[in-house]
Design a protein around this ligand. Structure first.
Ligand code: UDP
Ligand code: MG
Length: 140
C-alpha cells in the first residue's frame, strides 16, 4: 500500500459549531496525518469551480451558497490509502445512511450540510490539493 495524499474540507456547518478539533481527531485516530491546513472563506467563483462537476444538479446553487456562507478549513491528509480511508471516516453523503461513528453520522446536519468534503479518486485529490494549496505550503 502506498502513502497517499487527499484533500479535505471541514464545511461551514462544522466550523460554525466549533467542531474542527473533533473532526481532526477522527482523521488522526484513523491514521491520517494533517500535512497542510488553513482556514479560509471561499469566494462564490471558487465554490462554483470547485463543485463544477455538480453544476447541472438541482442542489448546485444551494451548495455553493452554503460553502461560502462561513469560513471552512481546507486540509491535505496523508496516510496509507488516504483517499479511501478518508471517505470511510467521513461516512455516506447523507448522514441518515452514514455508518455509526463516522464524521457524518456524528456531526452532519443534513445531506447538504454534511460537515466534510473528501476527494473521491487520485485524480481529483491531486486537482483539489493544487486548487487550494501552493507547492510551498506542501513541503514535508
Ligand atoms: N449534496 C446535496 N444534495 C444531494 C447530494 C449532494 O446538497 O442530494 C451536496 C453535499 O454537500 C455533498 C456535495 O453536494 O457533500 C457533493 O456531492 P457528492 O455526491 O460529491 O457527495 P460527497 O462526495 O461529498 O459524499
Ligand atoms: Mg464528491
Amino acid at each position: 500500500m502506498a502513502l497517499e495524499r487527499t484533500f479535505s474540507i471541514i464545511k461551514p456547518d462544522a466550523t460554525r459549531r466549533n467542531l474542527t478539533g473533533k473532526i481532526v481527531a477522527k482523521f488522526e485516530e484513523a491514521g491520517l496525518r494533517v500535512v497542510a491546513s488553513k482556514r479560509i472563506q471561499m469566494t462564490l467563483a471558487q465554490a462554483q469551480v470547485f463543485y463544477g462537476v455538480h453544476s447541472e444538479r438541482p442542489f448546485f446553487g444551494e451548495l455553493c451558497d452554503f460553502m461560502i456562507s462561513e469560513p471552512v478549513v481546507v486540509q491535505v491528509l496523508e496516510g496509507e490509502s488516504a483517499i479511501a480511508k478518508n471517505r470511510e471516516v467521513m461516512g455516506a453523503t447523507n448522514p441518515a445512511d452514514a455508518a455509526a461513528g463516522t464524521i457524518r453520522a456524528d456531526f452532519a446536519e443534513s445531506v447538504g450540510e454534511n460537515s466534510v468534503h473528501g476527494s473521491d479518486a487520485p485524480e481529483t485529490a491531486a486537482e483539489e490539493i493544487a486548487f487550494f494549496f501552493s507547492g510551498l505550503e506542501l513541503v514535508g
